[in-house]
Design a protein around this ligand. Sequence first.
Ligand code: ADP
Length: 481
Amino acid sequence: MKPLRVLSVTSEVFPIIKTGGLADVAGALPSALAQEGVSVVTMVPGYPAVLKALEQSDVVHHYPGFFGGTADLLSGRAGGLDLLVVSAPHLFERPGSPYLALNGRDWPDNARRFAALARVAADVGQGLTPGFVPDVIHSHDWQAGLVPVYLSLTGGPRPGTVVTIHNIAFQGIFPADLLFELGLPTSVFTVDGVEYYGQIGFLKAGLQLADRITTVSPTYAKEIQTPEGGMGLDGLLRARAGVVSGILNGIDDTVWNPAADTYLAQPYDRDSLDARAVNKKALQERLGLHPDPEALLFGVVSRLSEQKGLDLVLAGLSRLLGDRAQLALLGAGDKALEDSFQTARIVYPGRVGCFIGYDESLAHQIQGGSDALLVPSRFEPCGLTQLCALRYGSVPIVARVGGLSDTVIDANEMAVAAGVATGIQFGPVTLGAALDAFDRAKNLWRDKDAWRRLQVNGMGADVSWRRPAKKYAELYRSLRP
Ligand code: ADP
């Protein structure tokens, strides 16, 4: 069979530029898809980190006038990926994150920046680079939401389109008067196009016009079709239910492999779980926790935002820390939450350790050294840290929402009797239910054999990209004429 060519359009990609799970997904899918006969080229903005990472590159197209400046489309490789890079210095060559300026606010021209990304992707879809004409364009999140819109502006053959929702809370909504600046005609400013309650909705537009819509877990696919979970887009998603599906994320099992993880003091696998004690000790040392091997050590690796429910951990901290338990937290985001966890570290010396910031090595060390990983999210499209926790033998304690409920098997009586439990789920996402979950964890921890079974079961779960990649390949093939 002729290999299928996919252009994946994303605003971040691991290992080059990452703020969250989207980067992990965009970074890991191409090699998993290669096994399925799908070749992927990833299109990303030319942020400084991307330009620096490019091993060598060729200019494959020059845009003399492009969204208020000039741009080059570069083709090259970085981080093991085939890339098309939109090099537009006036849009992307700035310090700060892909979305936020150093003052923590959105870049004021985000609409223009990501419309530009989508515009180039659509041009490539229509033959701009004869050496690579994709069969399918896969847009990730609102930043690539306008791809199907730009593709719709001209007649003629076009690739199939898939839009994936990684988090429906981020929709890319901008004032209507930007329409012309974005190169969009009035004809698309309708309820069937980009119009969204009188404004321009990037994600909304993508969902309206894409051939297929996916999100990152089957449960989230259902949740976003309800008024509670759809954040204004549920009606549209219900109307398009026939093309909506949920495909679980995986994790890159070469990046996340406890048997060969160079960040860990002591690599281990399912048959050498006792060796985790060395990592626990190293983690306790790194975060200033008491070197207590018997303490139940809870870990958190997370953005600190309302979504992630970590205010419940703060509110329930004294109960969480009962029976000598400890907390190791890595996170960044909301300033009030950051400050509260820093304060908790002072209030509970040796019992709460935290690092506020972004740190890849500590993320691995928490997975490899904590006993349990807390993910009390109010909503969670898929969640990756619980998948890492399963692979690393840290028992996930999760809210029963979205992808968390699809990936963790609760240690209820039946699941324990059947020998399939991998963690603890709680719901609804309230302080009371979270406290019960902490208590359940402690009871299980006292029974060393039961705990070990949870770990072993979790480590046996297939959290790789193999199965999801097959599903994406099937989806792409269904779009090929
Ligand atoms: P989201 O994309 O909503 O932030 P996910 O669970 O899907 O949540 O993905 C989070 C990813 O980011 C995981 O790979 C996790 O290890 C990583 N991560 C989150 N916070 C940090 C941090 N402070 N330092 C390092 N890695 C982090």
